[in-house]
Design a protein around this ligand. Structure first.
Ligand code: AHG
Ligand code: MN
Ligand code: MN
Length: 348
């Protein structure tokens, strides 16, 4: 059921909108609504640090390495702690998982467990923090699979088709929260003067005519022949589309958000050189799946080059996948060229 109410031009806060959406689900208990409220609150708290990162002793490295083998930035750690502390005591979650923590994050014993699971990338685009380029937060919400007791890894390893809600916060020229509960994609802009997220982008739909492609062409020598051919195809006029311009920020949330609004494709292919990235860099559970959910809700599509991201059955918490996400026509073209050039060579 998509949203029928015409929200255009209405002054409406994210809390009011979330509550409106809940009316569409008579069986709803309000728990999911409250988790989304808490994500919006977390966004405001993290935004208060990102907008003055240079002043708040929040720049630079936290002096530790995370499970990804990446240097943890202070803001990564701050965002991680903020989201954990907003959700650990509410009794809404059975378990959490974060890019920054190797194992699943149990609900502390002194607090009740609930029926939802929250997976998140607390701060996406960390390498951009110290140079004042947009960063983001990505979250994915599932129903628990296990019946009762503390949530487990099983509750976290769910394919994207099972998502109940997903979204991101973009700390950019303005702070935006964009999310979907399966009834379209809706964007809210933070008015810092009143500390409220106001509806600014109701029912976002990916434009049919794409404008940009986003990829780190510094790795192009290590892409497969199919991906090389696809990249060359993007750069010239073809019967399906005009030549696309390249825009690459290096923060997945920022690159995805721009392509969501303008039409285009982001891709981070498998890297045939770096043994750490044989299937690319991006993580399935808290980067690719939630954004794939949003892409499909906005009329787009996301693939790992051979199948829909949302159909991939996860086997590990931090597993990586190649990611092609944006206009369905462009993503399906990538799949077709990979099939034509790469699978043929594999078969041969
Ligand atoms: P994170 O900061 O959460 O580790 O994510 C960074 C990711 C993603 O945001 C971005 O698209 C990608 O890393 C950029 O990788 P390269 O620097 O290799 O292009
Ligand atoms: Mn990330
Ligand atoms: Mn991150």
């Amino acid at each position: 059921m998509t949203i029928t109410t015409d929200y255009a031009g209405k002054l409406i806060t994210i809390e009011r909108f979330i509550l409106d959406q809940q009316q569409a689900h008579p069986e709803a208990t309000g728990t999911l609504t409250n988790i989304l409220y808490d994500m919006a609150l977390g966004a405001k708290i993290i935004a208060s640090k990102t907008t003055r990162a240079g002043l708040a002793e929040i720049l630079g490295s936290a002096g530790e390495e995370n499970v990804q083998g990446e240097e943890v930035q202070k803001l990564d750690a701050f965002a991680q702690r903020t989201i954990f502390r907003l959700n650990d005591h509410t009794g809404r979650l059975a378990v959490m998982a974060s890019e920054e923590v190797e194992q699943v994050i149990p609900i502390p014993k002194q607090f009740p467990v609930g029926k939802y699971v929250l997976l998140f990338d607390p701060l996406d685009g960390s390498s951009n923090i110290d140079v004042n380029v947009s960063v983001g937060t990505i979250f994915a919400i599932y129903r628990r699979k296990t019946k009762e007791g503390p949530g487990t890894l099983t509750d976290c390893l769910q394919k994207g088709r099972k998502l109940v809600a997903a979204g991101y916060i973009l700390y950019g020229s303005s702070t935006m929260m964009v999310y979907s509960t399966g009834n379209g994609v809706h964007g809210f802009t933070l008015d810092p003067a009143i500390g409220e997220f106001l509806l600014s982008h109701p029912n976002i739909r990916m434009p049919a005519v794409p404008k940009y492609y986003s990829a780190n062409q510094g790795y192009q020598p290590y892409w497969s022949p199919g991906v090389q051919a696809f990249t060359e195809w993007l750069q010239r006029d073809t019967p399906e589309k005009k030549a696309l311009s390249l825009r690459y920020i290096g923060s997945l949330v920022a690159d995805f958000h721009r392509n969501l609004l303008t039409g285009g494709i982001f891709f981070y292919p498998a890297d045939t050189k770096d043994p750490k990235k044989p299937v690319g860099k991006l993580r399935l559970l808290y980067e690719a799946s939630p954004l794939a959910f949003l892409a499909e809700q906005a009329g787009g599509y996301a693939s790992n080059g051979t199948q829909a991201i949302l159909d991939i059955e996860p086997t590990e918490l931090h597993q990586r996948v190649p990611l092609y996400i944006g206009n369905r026509m462009l993503v399906e073209k990538a799949e077709a060229m990979i099939r034509e050039y790469d699978e043929a060579s594999v078969v041969a």
